[in-house]
Design a binder for this molecule. Structure first.
Ligand code: GLA
Length: 391
């Protein structure tokens, strides 16, 4: 029996053969992620704790011809025009579909760093669900960056791969995302979450206690990250930082938040309060995760969700209801909150292994009255981006 990854690699290989009529020579992988704590903190230069998951993007690669870069997105086929090609000798311009812009943006960012890329053909297959807050975009960007770099003999560190993938999203896709997702995809260690300082990019793997399990609950509500809401939140945080005279909200202490409020309006104050309080939760959550302290996780994740919903205003009424049901079912056996950018997407629960049934039970109860059904799934904490070597 083929496992999940083998099936995905097979799909990438077959797709490659079908489209280009030759065999790919190399495969590269980069995972999606779920964020455990530190939401909307990365672009405020603070600490975050994402965890790579065992869902990933595979890039099958073979040498290209002439000066051409050719790409095929195998999962976009039903949407039509899943192919793209462009010359590596001409300026790279934006295209009309997001996936193309991720690919073009990566090549553009690498060229911008002075790297000369070899012509290539790639076929992309992924089992990271799209548009639910599990960073399918980061997995795509990092996998393509890794594939391009390795094929062209560049020895790029995970930090650089992450920055290249982020630049693609910022400059080509038009999403002002931070660096968390790409770093989680590029730098994670299997079995661990990643404690990341988004200013220095220093990071440290945090072991996940064996008594705990991470469950992702898909609310079924889709979100569009490039939508203006995300960029608006980012702008609000920037304005709040400017008001307080700090380089980023990470530099604002809880005391200064209140003391120096001055004429700051309620909305900007609330945004800043979320970021400052959320950063303070990251280290204790990391500790509780390593120690298997589910009661502390229950309390901190509940606080985090309230802050995201009330102060950062990125939740929705059905999400709050589902969070409430799961939290009640778990009690002190674990915590649950909205994860990712928000406005739909997924919840993350970190709970005692023995309490998984309580999550399923709460989701089933929610579904009896929900207009869109939610579903839960447990993920193993995965390793970051890597070339796949075949025997
Ligand atoms: C999205 C962005 C990240 C981060 C999160 C919110 O996933 O891509 O950079 O800002 O939202 O924490």
């Amino acid at each position: 029996m083929m496992d999940r990854r083998e099936r995905l690699i097979d799909r990438a290989r077959e797709g490659f053969q079908l489209v280009y009529g030759t065999e790919p020579t190399h495969f590269f992988a980069a995972p999606g992620r779920v964020n455990l704590i530190g939401e909307h903190v990365d672009y405020n230069a603070g600490y975050v704790l994402p965890c790579a998951i065992d869902r990933e993007t595979i890039v099958a690669l073979g040498a290209g011809e002439g000066n051409l870069f050719e790409a095929t997105a195998l999962d976009m086929a039903e949407m039509g025009s899943a192919r793209d090609d462009f010359s590596l000798d001409a300026p790279i311009v934006r295209a009309d579909q997001n996936w193309r812009n991720h690919v073009r943006g990566v090549v553009h960012a690498l060229a911008g760093r002075g790297h000369r890329l070899k012509p290539a053909r790639i076929a992309i297959a992924s089992d990271v669900p799209i548009g639910v807050g599990l960073s399918s975009s980061a997995a795509l960007g990092v996998a393509v960056a890794l594939a391009c770099a390795e094929h062209s003999g560049l020895n790029l560190s995970p930090d650089v791969l992450a920055k290249v993938a982020q630049a693609a999203e910022n400059d080509f896709v038009g999403c002002a995302c931070g660096i968390m997702d790409q770093m989680a995809s590029a730098s994670s260690t299997a079995g661990h979450a990643l404690l990341l300082d988004c200013r220095s990019l220093e990071h440290m793997p945090i072991p996940i206690h064996e008594s705990l399990v991470i469950t992702v609950i898909n609310t079924g509500l889709r979100r569009e990250l490039t939508g203006s809401a995300f960029n608006l939140r980012r702008a609000e945080c920037k304005a709040a930082a400017r008001h307080y005279g700090v380089a980023a909200l990470r530099d604002l202490s809880p005391e200064a938040l209140e003391r120096a409020r001055g004429w700051l309006d309620d909305v900007h104050f609330a945004r800043a309060r979320h970021v400052v309080s959320e950063i303070a939760r990251v280290e204790p959550v990391a500790l509780a995760l390593a120690q298997g302290d589910s009661a502390v996780l229950a309390a901190l994740l509940a606080e985090a969700h309230r802050s995201l919903a009330d102060d950062f205003d990125v939740s929705l009424p059905p999400i709050d209801r589902l969070v409430g049901l799961v939290a009640e079912a778990l009690g002190t056996a674990g915590g649950v909150r909205l994860t990712g950018a928000g406005f739909g997407g997924c919840l993350v629960a970190v709970a005692d292994r023995t309490a998984s049934w309580a999550i399923d039970d709460a989701v089933a109860r929610y579904n009896t009255t929900a207009s869109l059904p939610a579903s839960s799934n447990s993920f193993a904490p995965a390793k970051g981006a890597a070339p796949i070597v075949f025997q």
